[in-house]
Design a protein around this ligand. Structure first.
Ligand SMILES: Cc1ncc(COP(=O)(O)O)c(C=O)c1O
Length: 275
């Protein structure tokens, strides 16, 4: 499941279904850090939720970064082991090695770093994997933003609500802002425009303002990894139709000042004013 644009997916319903069917529920939560149902973070409903801290996300760590969140003990244990940067399995320190003398097994594990495997001999390897680690400055930047997450979300919510109150095109029921404001992490403000020609006019008008709209999020049938696995354009027709003909992603985020937002709103309102 994906919490698209930061709108929480229907956690209780999906979790109940997956528990009944014995399926693990994995959430693409790249947009959804800070999203909640009531007071419950949306990630709590997933067996495993994947967060992204890459450029333009709600929390960013200098380019690349991410995390997994889980409350499923077996995944939690596996994740803790992967932190050690070594294959999962059993082994022992090479005899006579002075580095580890006098240390307890659990302390050695905590101190393990890439390269230390030279001191270690494997008896059996159960699993190999890849650990991607945030460097220190990136982790610091992420953790400072996590402390401010409520404020970050509130500002985004405020920006979304401002669009909602000022865009004339929303006064008819055929156009709407996708997802709810409350409970969402408000990562994207996606405007659904029913009439394609009106959408074109809005895009042109935003372009003329010097703001080249980036429409998000590309259908998975157009993305590289799913295509390696056989997905092809045309295979997700419902969303492809929305993406190519009805969607506009309005700017949101820390660099959107109120005066820039007013200009964007004016551009959209002019484009749809009928003149
Ligand atoms: C919905 C969604 N899933 C996954 C990703 C990938 O995140 P990352 O680049 O951190 O792997 C993105 C990034 O844009 C995204 O928007």
């Amino acid at each position: 499941v994906q919490s698209f644009g930061g709108s929480p997916y229907d956690g209780p319903k999906f979790r109940e279904f997956c528990d009944e069917e014995g399926i693990f529920l994995v959430e693409d939560s790249a947009h959804a850090i800070g999203a909640r149902i009531g007071n419950v973070p949306i990630q709590s409903y997933s067996h495993l939720a994947c967060l992204s801290f890459s450029t333009l996300k709600n929390v960013v760590t200098l380019g690349e970064g991410g995390a997994i969140v889980t409350n499923t003990p077996e995944f939690g244990e596996a994740a803790k082991k992967l932190v050690e940067s070594r294959a999962l399995g059993t082994g022992h320190t090479i005899e006579g090695d002075s580095i580890w003398k006098g240390t307890k097994e659990e302390d050695r594990r905590a101190l393990f770093r890439p390269g230390d495997a030279f001191d270690w001999s494997w008896l059996s390897v159960e699993e190999i994997g890849l650990t991607l680690r945030l460097n220190g400055p990136a982790a610091l930047m992420g953790s400072l933003q996590l402390d401010r997450l409520e404020t970050i979300i509130r500002k985004r919510q405020n920006q979304r609500d401002y669009y909602a109150s000022k865009l004339n095109i929303l006064r008819t029921s055929e156009n709407w802002l996708m997802g709810e404001s409350i409970g969402s992490s408000n990562h994207l403000v996606n405007l659904f425009i029913n009439d394609e020609k009106t959408r074109e006019k809005i895009l042109k008008s935003m372009d003329a303002l010097g703001y080249a709209p980036v429409i998000r999020y590309l259908p998975i049938s157009y993305q590289s990894v799913p295509r390696w696995f056989g997905l092809k354009p045309g295979m997700t027709p419902v969303y492809e139709n929305i993406f190519f003909r009805h969607l506009i992603s309005l700017p949101i985020g820390p660099r959107l000042t109120r005066s820039l937002q007013k200009k964007i709103i004016m551009a959209v309102n002019l484009a749809t004013s009928g003149f």
